[in-house]
Structures are given as structure tokens and as C-alpha cells.
Design a binder for this molecule. Structure first.
Ligand SMILES: Cc1cc2nc3c(=O)[nH]c(=O)nc-3n(C[C@H](O)[C@H](O)[C@H](O)COP(=O)(O)O)c2cc1C
Length: 267
């Protein structure tokens, strides 16, 4: 009983969350089936006019699952050592790449490393690079179909800008690269309406965890980031506000130590 009172008070303080939650709950009266055309996934974003870098084949991951789960932690002490293009290729592939194809009737279905509500795959990955060997510093869009990077901008983002974008979070400064997980909301919402927003967030979490574990298997560290200035990050990625929305970010780099405690608390 006490618990209910507490959670009611919590929502009184944050009425927007309650409004969103209740308005995206399914009830018998709003559980209508979507029309067939709403079920057809749209293709992902492609920028064929941008300079293109094909990525190397992803590496096979042979680590034991429980070792990876036990080793994963949030790294707040990256060394400023560079990471390889191979590592980036592997992490992006296991995050949101294409594993293969399957067929259902006449439709071709792309197999990907994360589940996706209705198979709509509403997310796009962007990459901010500062220390990746053989890759010009800049901002890239990951093209999963061809497994390559489309260069949105060639720029070395200066420390004060990185620090500003991530709201003063200094650990990000020494990360080698940062993946931005952005949503193209129309892809989920045309099928699920406002509830589709929930599904995009779930899917972003699946991707982040896959990337966390893939990085771990390569001896790298990650820090998942919810704290950043959305509009500024979006502009850097070259996306128009409302067409794509950055939801989550994952900084990647080499840790200064093997101690989880040292990495987590940078002490
Ligand atoms: C949605 C989400 C957002 C997060 N945002 C940040 C962040 O902006 N900065 C940060 O240092 N850690 C962030 N974290 C990491 C958490 O602080 C961390 O996962 C938690 O303290 C547990 O520690 P562990 O990951 O080392 O097990 C975030 C984690 C999640 C799941």
C-alpha cells in the first residue's frame, strides 16, 4: 500500500511521464489492428552522395557469454589510445548490422542482431570519431546494408565542444569514438502510434548492450550516455530535428586499467 502512495507522488511531480505512459497503454478500445501498409518496413537512411569508407569484415566473437557479462562495466577512465577500424566495424556490426536474409512468402527479411518491434528497425547509428586508426576524424553515418561509413563531416571536434555536447561529462573526452543511436520515429509510429516511441527506446537499449558486450570481447570499454544536448548532437549528425532524434550514445575506448572499480569511479 505504502508503495502505491509513493509511486503516485512520483507521478504527481512528473505529470508528463504519467501522461505519456497512460496514453500509450493498450486498452481493449485502442488495440486496433494496423492496416497492412503500415506493416511494411521503410528502408534505412542512405546518403549515397557522401564520401564512403567500406568497413573491414567484423571479427568473430569467441568469448564466453558469462565472462563478457561479468567484465562489462561503465568506463569513466578511458586512456587516450586509439582503437582500430576493425574494432569499430565489429562493434557496429553486432550493434545494428545485417546478419543475413530470410524470406517470408515473397518478402525478403533482413536479419539483424537485435529484436525490433514489428521488424520496423527505426534506428540509425552515427559515429563521432576522434581516435580511430586509418579513419579521418569526423562524423559518420553507419550504412548497415553495405557495412560502411558515410562521412557526414570531416572535423576534429575540439575538447570543449565534446565536453559541452555531453553536458560537462569529462570521461567522454578521452573516448576514441562515440556512437549516437538516433531514431527515425515515423518508422515505428506509423505502425504503433505513440506506443512506437516506447519501442524505439527498448530497441536502443538492445543495441547499446550488444555494443557494450562486443567492445568487451575486443578488450575495449564503453560508457552509455543518456546525458547530452539533443538538438546540438542532432545538428552535428546532419539530421533535421523531428526527422531523426538522438536517443542514446555509447562512448568507446581503451580503459586505463583492468579494474572495474577503477574504471567505474575513475579512482
Ligand atoms: C539509460 C542510461 C543512461 C546513462 N547515462 C549515463 C551518463 O550520461 N553518464 C554516465 O556517466 N553514465 C551513464 N549511464 C551509466 C550508469 O550510470 C551505469 O550503468 C550505472 O551506474 C551502473 O554501473 P555499471 O554500468 O558500471 O554496472 C547510463 C546508463 C543508462 C542505462
Amino acid at each position: 500500500m505504502q508503495k502505491n502512495i509513493e509511486s503516485k507522488a512520483h507521478f504527481d511531480e512528473h505529470p508528463l511521464s504519467w501522461t505519456f505512459h497512460r496514453n500509450t497503454c493498450r486498452w481493449a478500445h485502442n488495440a486496433q489492428e494496423s492496416s497492412g501498409s503500415d506493416d511494411v518496413p521503410e528502408p534505412g537512411a542512405e546518403y549515397p552522395d557522401l564520401p564512403y569508407t567500406p568497413l573491414p569484415e567484423p571479427q568473430a566473437i569467441k568469448e564466453k557469454f558469462d565472462d563478457l557479462i561479468n567484465r562489462r562495466c561503465s568506463c569513466r577512465d578511458f586512456s587516450d589510445a586509439p582503437i582500430s577500424q576493425d574494432a569499430i566495424a565489429t562493434i557496429l556490426h553486432y550493434g545494428y548490422g545485417i546478419l543475413g536474409t530470410d524470406h517470408w512468402g515473397t518478402a525478403e527479411f533482413l536479419e539483424r542482431p537485435v529484436p525490433s518491434g514489428g521488424g520496423m528497425y527505426p534506428l540509425e547509428l552515427y559515429l563521432l570519431t576522434r581516435r580511430v586508426t586509418n579513419l579521418e576524424d569526423g562524423i559518420y553515418h553507419y550504412a548497415p546494408l553495405s557495412h560502411g561509413l558515410e562521412q557526414v563531416r570531416a572535423v576534429t571536434l575540439p575538447d570543449p565542444l565534446i565536453r559541452y555536447l555531453f553536458m560537462g561529462q569529462y570521461p567522454v573526452l578521452t573516448a576514441a569514438a562515440i556512437v549516437i543511436i538516433s531514431a527515425a520515429p515515423g518508422r515505428s509510429m506509423k505502425k504503433y502510434g505513440d506506443r512506437g516511441y516506447r519501442y524505439m527506446l527498448f530497441e536502443a537499449g538492445h543495441i547499446a548492450q550488444n555494443m557494450n558486450l562486443a567492445a568487451c570481447a575486443l578488450g575495449l570499454e564503453t560508457l552509455n550516455l543518456g546525458g547530452f544536448f539533443d538538438d546540438e548532437i542532432n545538428r552535428l549528425c546532419g539530421a533535421k530535428r523531428d526527422e531523426q532524434l538522438p536517443l542514446y550514445a555509447v562512448a568507446i575506448g581503451r580503459g586505463v586499467s583492468n579494474s572495474k572499480h577503477r574504471l567505474r569511479f575513475s579512482e
